[in-house]
Design a protein around this ligand. Structure first.
Ligand code: AMP
Length: 396
């Protein structure tokens, strides 16, 4: 069984060829700078890594090159695209239409098209990926896996915004949440690590370039920090997260922004990058902070404190917490962020173990003491595996 997992962005395209039954990754790669000068493909198999510098003006050219690299040349892993059983597509926004992954048909495409105004930065590229694959691999089943689907179990008391109710009824203005595939995978692994506890209360902190936190009760999302768009919530690489909406008007006056420029500023120039003035990459900020850069230190404190506030709020929403989980680039690797976030959480039953936290590992592991009432776990996320697995389940 071979599933081609595709994550099509506006100017890049990530892919994996996975056997969902063995979790075996046959190939993984990325096309960067689609439609821009200097485009290239990085393609990796178990024992080969290649880089092809070639112009690909469109997503179709890029996917065409990926399929060629999978089936020919020095890093080929299959003889023909016929060996691919199905394609799993990451789709960012599924609105209220999709609470689980679906086989793509004309109606699904229409519904994703209807959702374009809710995710103008992401869904158009995801949809383009689906359409190009339908053209290049006719007859193969395509499955759409939505970032929002896992959060469709949130109740109105956590998904509503407190504007007039008609805004929800007429325009579907509400919190949707993102990173659902990761929150699902990590919470599921955490429940296993809790010995398949029947009634479980888990908090997942997905901390990468984009970050969000999710309260998971008995395996279901009941609250999450991202909202109508991925801008809400935690402090991220370049996104501000929560901010007083009136601050936007103030910024517009002071900086002469129109509304589009102001939102772009909060999405692309803020967060770790804006506060530190160093980078959006935490590794560089940690280095700068160690060298005495105050803004870098403030950025680190701000990220951890915002996260701590959300953890405490979600413990309240859940009515307790069995496990706090860290995942994604920062969550899996940045021991200092985990330590700062968990400082003074003893009142929540957390007995943090600095020794375990400081040990590097790529395995899922506990970083609280063995006596800790509330467990703290680091669990590497695996969104591609969930996409491959959902795709397999829908085609089998
Ligand atoms: P992601 O979006 O999940 O790839 O995560 C990207 C973020 O993870 C960036 O801010 C990186 O700086 C951060 N990151 C990756 N590796 C490390 C590391 N070893 N230590 C600290 N931060 C890291």
């Amino acid at each position: 069984m071979k599933i081609f997992v595709l994550n099509a962005g506006s100017s890049s395209l990530k892919y994996q060829l996975i056997d969902p039954l063995t979790k075996d990754i046959l190939a993984v790669g990325i096309c960067e700078r689609i439609g821009i000068d200097g485009s290239f493909l990085s393609h990796k198999t178990r024992d080969k890594q290649i880089k092809i510098e070639q112009a690909f003006p469109t997503h179709k050219d890029a996917i065409d090159l990926v399929l060629k690299s999978l089936t020919s040349g020095e890093a080929k892993v299959i003889d023909s695209v016929n060996e691919i059983d199905a394609i799993g597509h990451r789709v960012v926004h599924g609105g209220e239409y999709f609470d689980k992954s679906v086989l793509v048909n004309d109606k699904v495409i229409e519904q994703i098209e209807e959702l374009l105004p809710l995710a103008p930065l992401h869904n158009p590229a995801n949809l383009m990926g689906i359409k190009v694959v339908q053209e290049l691999m006719p007859g193969k089943p395509n499955v759409a896996v939505f970032d929002t689907a896992f959060h469709q179990t949130m109740p109105p008391k956590t998904f509503l915004y407190a504007t007039p109710y008609e805004d929800y009824e007429d325009f579907k203005l509400r919190k949707y949440g993102f990173h659902g595939t990761s929150h699902y995978y990590v919470s599921n692994e955490a429940i296993k690590m809790l010995g398949n506890k029947k009634e479980s209360k888990v908090i997942v902190c997905h901390l990468g370039n984009g970050s969000s936190i999710c309260a998971v009760k008995n395996g279901k999302s009941i609250d999450t920090s991202m909202g109508l768009t991925p801008l809400e919530g935690l402090v991220m690489g370049t996104r501000s997260g929560d901010i007083d909406p009136a601050a936007i008007e103030y910024l517009m006056q002071k900086k002469g922004f129109d509304i589009g420029e102001a939102i772009n500023y909060l999405n692309k120039k803020s967060g770790l990058l804006g506060v530190s003035g160093v980078s959006s990459d935490l590794r560089e900020i940690l280095e700068a902070s160690d060298a005495g850069n105050k803004r870098a230190k403030d950025a680190i404190d701000l990220v951890s404190t915002r996260l701590k506030k959300y953890i405490c709020a979600y413990a309240g929403v859940l009515g307790g917490v069995d496990a706090i989980c860290f995942t994604a680039g920062i969550g899996e690797n940045a021991n200092i962020i985990r330590e700062k976030t968990c400082e003074e959480l003893e009142f929540l039953g957390v007995e943090f173990c600095k020794n375990k936290n400081d040990k590097r590992s790529s395995e899922a592991r506990e970083i609280s003491s063995s006596k800790s009432k509330t467990k703290v776990f680091v669990i590497p996320t695996n969104e591609e595996f969930v996409i491959a697995h959902d795709t397999y389940n829908l085609i089998k």
